[in-house]
Design a protein around this ligand. Structure first.
Ligand code: EPZ
Length: 417
């Protein structure tokens, strides 16, 4: 199994180009199930979750051609299976995103119920509640969601918790429902708006994406289109922290800085110098890193997917910082591994108190999930000596060749097979 080896202590310098957004790519690929025509996608990150989604679509009978240059042609003209099997869903819970398109277009779906994961229980009750309000019958049988309908109809759906894939699933289902659907307390993440743009390109009628209330008027049929996936704001944020924590100077290109306002504002409050352009930003780290509290919330606030990376930075702060995680109940697995590197972190439920000012030392550490693995790479970049990161398959789920991108900025990092 691959490992990543890092020798810390080198300030990063140079420019890095950001890949397409994993969390925009997955729903976009699922949306191809809504039409028999070809959906051409560009700027897909060639990462493991995208490959898993391609395999899931192929399994259903979709013609799915995916190239490493990030383009894909997806044609769901002869779908023969309306099922997302356990074997695939257990490796990637985002497989649930085929539920909405399948029930919307084919009026039936059988999707393995995603179990819990390292960061939390992650139920899908809101996905099912919304589909039932649109007239679907959803049962959980033998670990599978069995959904069927005589035809979906529009509905008013209030989600008591903001859910990203829940909003995306219901938005996709509603594009082929009879009448108007209103999604209230909807997620505003840029990935939701990117999906809405794709669906509009396919002929859907959607308004209000990017706000807490999305209105979808159902269409009889959708058609094919070409769509370019937005850049990955979380990958961009990860490189922003890499520049600050190594006291380096990095220009992050091919991204949309305004989608990272909460992260870049927080970074500048920790003392890093941040310059924002239209499709790039630059971060210059300072010797002294100011410890600043942060709380994760749904977009546009500070994202939970940047919490672990920020914790790594706070281990080098000049005081104490309280990190509060409001989205997932168990998203501090990375803290124990940072403590093994010499960090001073105390966890109390959904809060972590990070006392800074202690040098980190290289160690053997274990990645537990995608963003935790990124945070361990960041901690290793400032640790004294050598760090070995195990289970980097987590990293490969959402980052495209991160070690090569970091090495190009001067880091002493390599993948060891
Ligand atoms: C999406 O997950 C992202 N994944 C996650 O990114 C991200 O952490 C998360 O949104 C929050 O921003 C993709 O887009 C593929 P949620 P999702 O439904 O949609 C509760 C990464 O690192 N909830 O918005 O699964 C849930 O338990 C990944 O790239 C319900 O209670 O997250 C959680 O506490 C990790 N019932 C909260 O809502 C439901 O039916 C937010 O979860 C659905 C969710």
């Amino acid at each position: 199994m691959d490992k990543i080896r890092v020798v810390g202590g080198i300030p990063l310098n140079g420019r890095v180009e950001i890949s397409g957004a994993k969390n925009a790519a997955l729903p976009a690929m699922a949306a191809s199930l809504l039409t028999e025509d070809t959906v051409h996608l560009e700027n897909l990150p060639y990462v493991r979750d995208v490959l898993t989604t391609r395999n899931l679509l192929l399994d259903m009978g979709v013609e799915a051609e995916l190239k490493e240059d990030g383009t894909a042609d997806l044609k769901a003209a002869e779908v023969r299976s309306f099922q997302a099997p356990y074997e695939l869903v257990k490796t990637m819970r985002a497989s649930i995103l085929v539920l909405g398109p399948l029930i919307g277009r084919f009026r039936k779906a059988r999707v393995s119920l995603p179990g819990g994961c390292a960061i939390g229980a992650r139920p899908i009750n809101l996905h099912l509640m919304g589909l039932e309000r649109m007239g679907a019958k959803c049962d959980v049988v033998h670990g599978y969601v069995e959904a069927s309908t005589q035809g979906l109809h529009g509905a008013y759906i209030m989600m008591d918790t903001v859910t990203v894939t829940g909003t995306e699933n219901l938005m996709m289902a509603a594009t082929l429902a009879e009448g108007q659907t209103v999604l209230d307390n909807a997620a505003c993440e840029p990935e939701v708006s990117d999906l809405a743009d794709l669906l509009r390109g396919m002929g859907a009628h959607i308004e209000g994406d990017g706000t807490r209330t999305i209105r979808i008027r159902g269409a009889k049929k959708l058609h094919g289109c070409r769509h370019r996936i937005i850049p990955d704001r979380i990958e961009a944020g990860t490189f922003a922290v890499a520049a600050a924590i190594t006291r380096g100077d990095v220009e992050v290109g091919n991204c949309q800085p305004r989608q990272l306002t909460a992260v870049l504002t927080q970074l500048s409050q920790t003392g890093a110098e941040v310059v924002m352009g239209s499709n790039f930003f630059r971060v210059r780290g300072r010797d002294s890193i100011v410890s600043k509290n942060v709380t994760t919330y749904p977009y546009p606030a500070f994202p939970t997917d940047m919490q672990a990376q920020y914790m790594a930075l706070m281990t080098q702060g000049n005081g104490s910082a309280v990190i509060t995680e409001t989205i997932f109940e168990n998203r501090f697995m990375h803290a124990q591994e940072m403590i093994r590197m010499g960090a001073d972190i105390v966890i109390d439920g959904r809060q972590a108190v990070v006392r800074g000012g202690r040098p980190l030392t290289g160690a053997r550490v274990l990645a537990s999930d995608l963003r935790a693995s990124a945070s361990l790479v960041l901690a290793a970049l400032v640790a004294k000596g050598e760090t070995w990161i195990d289970r980097v398959y987590h990293l490969d789920r959402g980052y495209y060749h991160i070690e090569e991108k970091l090495a190009a900025l001067g880091a002493n990092i390599e993948r060891v097979r």
